[in-house]
Each structure stands twice: as structure tokens, then as C-alpha cells.
Design a protein around this ligand. Sequence first.
Ligand code: SF4
Length: 323
Amino acid sequence: MSILEVKNLNLGFQCEDIFRQALYDVNFSLEKGKMLAIVGESGCGKTMSAMSILNLIPKTAKITSGKIIFQKEDLLKKSQKEMQNFRGSKIALIPQDPMTSLNPLYTVGDQLFEILKIHQNLQGDEAVKKAIEAFEAVQIPSAKTRLKNYPHEFSGGMKQRAIIAMALACNAEILIADEPTTALDVTIQAQIMKLLNEIKINNKTSILLITHDLALVSENADDIAVMYAGRIIEQAPNKEFFSNPNHPYSKALLNSLPANNKEKLQTIEGQPPTLSQEINGCKFHPRCKNCMKICTQKIPKLIKINTIHSSACFLNNSEDLPV
Ligand code: SF4
């Protein structure tokens, strides 16, 4: 069952007097109690797609069309004030850098109490009880004592756990985890991903994972959407994607993983296009080893290549079948 649906999302930036499109008809749905990973290189539009859900896009960005359906309501029709009822309490963000996400001037407990007061109307002993429960749920030891600590007294992994605790304390139904382990070392990364998986299973929380790390995705995500230059170019459940990758970009990403290429790591020649670069046809064509003439002229549509797998590539030669 879908808990969140992003439909035909188009977004761009006003750059002086030119409007540059950054997202093109982005479609995905997040299932209840599942983890969907949106994967791609920096600047591909994955973070902008996620931030659109919370209406936390930069001032220069504009959503030109689309729908974001949550609990039968279109979030794109909500005012900033109305969105405050969704942010944190129903849809929570786990940011990339836990180091800068907590206010260094207040104890971690005070920051958690503030959230409980705003979103749950809890104060005093009730708030302390709930905060301790939230810290224990994310395995922060000596929870009662740790609430009195300032952020600088927490390690990077503990700060990320505290931020996840804040999301849990409000019973958020969706967690948007934007590169949640990038700033952490490898062993802590694994612990945080294990924790997110436990939350997903135990609380039936849905998680939207934004990442460039396919290895992380292979071990954790239920469903995968690959983005390139503002478009979703491949979508499939985890097992199907890793056993039967279709799009040349996805295959190149997989070939660049150490585990998949024991002899020599392969790189993808070239760079993803910037917003100001105009590329006709398939935006991956300057980097694609399979490029054909049509690829430089037309944009391939995302089409179903089987019942559970979609890809946007002319090699599939079945463009007429809409997704
Ligand atoms: Fe490569 Fe053409 Fe497919 Fe684009 S449409 S990925 S250029 S083969």
C-alpha cells in the first residue's frame, strides 16, 4: 500500500532571467513499511525531489507542476503554515550532517522536549518519559543522563541517533533520510542503517533513502529508483534491480562497485550535465557506450520492461508502452 505518491513532479530554478528545469516528470511511490532508495550522483535531483515533499526547496526553486499525495491530500497545495503540521510529526527529515543539525547552545534533551511540546503537546514528566523511551528506542545508553548532554558531548553516530529519536518521538510515518551516513565512519554507518531497518520493521515506518551509495542500497532498500540529470531512469525492487539491471547508467554504476568488479574498477567517463548545459535527446548519451543516433534526438520514456521493472532507454525498443 502506497503511503506517499510523487506524481509528475517538475521543478526548476530561476537563474537571473533564465528558468532552468531541474526535475522532469519525477514519479515514485513509497510503500508503507518499506524503504525506497533514490540513487544518483550529486546534482541529479534526488535531494530536490525529497525536499519538495516537505516543501523545503530553496527560494530560487519553483515547482511548476505535479502532485505529492500523502493521506489523500496534495502536499503541494499546502501553505508553509499548514506544512508545519506534517513536518516532523508525520514526515521527518534525517539530514546528511548530524554535526550541524543540533543547536550547540541547548542540551539534546531540551531540543527533544521542544519538539515534543510542539508536535505532541507533551511537557514535564510526560515529555521526559517519552524522551527517554525515544533515546532507548535508538539504543542511546544511559538515556536519562544523556538527555542532559550538549551536542558536543555526543559522537557523530550518537548525534544521528538523537536526530532519529526526535523523529520517532513524534511517531513520524515517513522518514526522509538524506545521505544519513555520509558524515559517519564505516562501522557507525552500518549501525545507523541497522537501526533504520529495525525502525522500518518494528514501527512499519516508511523510509525514503537518498544516497549515492549503491552498496548501501543493495543491503538495505526494498525498492530502488535511479536518477540521472533530473529524471528517474530506472525503477525496480531490490532483487530485480541487482540481478537484472537494464539502463546503461545503472550498469555502469554497478560496474564501478568493488564487489562487482574484482579485477579492475571501472569508471564512468565524463560528468553528469550541469543545469546550464543543454543536451538534446537522452541526457546520458555523451557518456553512454551504447549511444545510437536516436539517443541524440529523442528523450527515452520510462517504460515497463516487465511487470515490476521500468527503464528509460532506447535499447529496450518498446517506447510505446507507457509506464
Ligand atoms: Fe544510452 Fe541511448 Fe539508452 Fe540513453 S537511450 S542510455 S544514450 S542507449
